[in-house]
Design a protein around this ligand. Structure first.
Ligand code: RNT
Ligand code: ZN
Length: 416
């Protein structure tokens, strides 16, 4: 089937596929740098395990070990995926001069200048994350620590990250979403659940007292339900984070990661709930299997439903900040990155090629709604997707994996 034939089929159900592609082309999706090196970063000993309740598993060869390798790998992903991308960095990806090093509380914009150059050359915006994990001072609580010195260290880190986010936003001329996530919590039943939360609240208040323009720097708070080694209690729980964002709407937005809820809860349903109250929300899209396992995003039902809600709720006009957050070390990392990002693009395009069935719902015509929604699943979407890839100058399905295999044998496999 040709694109023209597929387009006609969609037109018959009231969908303008050209318009769908036009809209999607300019929607930024934030690409997490940390899939390329298993969340290790450049500022700590790469042989130390990750802390903070996150984990990568697998030992596939070819992990990027230096900024140059990571940037080269990112270039592959950027080339292999259609659509508008934005970079997403963690503070631990600071790039130091030979012999230079700065601890997290001393980080400066200059440590991200090479990333700014990278983004400028490619016309990308950049999002940012303070790194409250994988550090000697992050062995227990960070922002919620009862130890004032530890707490101050991490508050200073948060403030430094506001300044860096502002630098990224100003240099690149695009808002910078700065996400605050900590793994603060306890393995076993705490004696005091309130103290850490009050300290966490006050610490975020202090971080956000660092001056910034909310039009350019968009601080978020990301909630979580539990982590490995942090099973009994999470300081930044769903209610805590949502409460914080709701009480600080003039300077903070809530971030939902779909790996951070109980298994039968769905973020797709939470999107309109939050958008009824917040002008802007942020998402980390991932694939949890039984826990927050951060598997590569597939074109599965919930990914499609999340994208459907983003589109249906007007999220593409900037109200929903879309970012990826998964890390698999057991398969080729460039393929992992690419599969996930292409799937988000596919799911968004599918959502944009879905007729608005609101009228059927309002008329209580659930029979027809089911029939039409089911028939949509066998529409010739592949042709629309291929056309979109062509339009964006990205390879079609079937044409990109060979390039990854070639790069793997020529570049990645030769890394130690
Ligand atoms: C961890 C959170 C957090 C991290 C990244 C690396 O559970 O999802 O967003 O994955 O900051
Ligand atoms: Zn996340």
């Amino acid at each position: 089937m040709s694109y023209a034939e597929a387009k006609a089929k969609y037109a018959a159900i009231g969908v303008d596929t050209d318009k769908a592609m036009e809209i999607l082309k300019s929607v930024p999706v934030s690409l997490h740098c940390w899939q390329g090196d298993d969340v290790r970063g450049f500022d700590t000993d790469p042989s130390k395990p990750l802390t903070g309740g996150i984990q990568t598993t697998g030992n596939y060869p070819g992990r990027a070990r230096t900024p140059e390798e990571l940037m080269a790998d990112l270039d592959m992903v950027l080339k292999l995926c259609p659509g508008t991308k934005k970079m997403n960095l963690h503070a631990s990806y600071a790039i130091f001069e030979e012999g230079e090093w700065a601890d997290r509380d001393q980080l400066e914009p200059k440590h991200f200048q090479k990333w700014v150059d990278f983004c400028k050359e490619r016309g990308l915006g950049c999002d940012f994350n303070p790194t409250f994990f994988s550090h000697p001072k992050a062995n227990g609580l960070t922002l919620s620590s009862p130890d004032p010195e530890i707490r101050k260290f991490w508050i200073d880190h948060g403030k430094a990250c506001i300044r860096i986010s502002n630098y990224l936003a100003q240099e690149l001329g695009q808002p910078c979403v700065m996400n605050i996530w900590t793994g603060d919590g306890f393995k076993d039943i705490p004696a005091d659940r309130m103290g850490p939360r009050v300290r966490y609240k006050e610490a975020i208040d202090e971080i956000l007292s660092e001056p910034f323009d909310f039009n350019m720097v968009k601080p978020c708070v990301e909630s979580k339900v539990f982590g490995i080694g942090v099973e009994a209690y999470t300081v930044g729980s769903a209610e805590f984070s949502l409460g914080y964002a709701a009480m600080n709407k003039d300077r903070c937005i809530p971030l939902m990661d779909n790996g951070h809820y109980h298994p039968t809860e769905v973020v797709s349903d939470k999107i309109p709930a939050l958008l009824a109250f917040f002008p802007e929300i942020a998402l980390h899209i991932t694939r949890p299997i039984r826990w927050d396992s951060d598997h590569v995003v597939l074109l599965d039902d919930e990914t499609r439903e999340i994208c459907k809600e983003i589109v249906r709720c007007g999220g593409l006009e900037g109200r929903v900040k879309i970012a990826l957050d998964y890390f698999d070390a057991s398969i080729n990392r460039i393929a992992a990155w690419t599969v996930g990002l292409r799937n988000i693009q596919k799911a968004l395009l599918m959502a944009l090629c879905t007729p608005d069935f609101t009228k059927l719902q309002n008329e209580d015509d659930w029979t027809q709604l089911m029939v039409l929604q089911e028939e949509l699943k066998t529409m010739p979407f592949g042709e629309i997707w291929e056309q979109y890839c062509n339009l964006c100058g990205a390879p079609a399905d079937g044409a990109w994996f060979g390039m990854v295999k070639q790069y793997e044998s020529e570049v990645q496999i030769k890394r130690g």
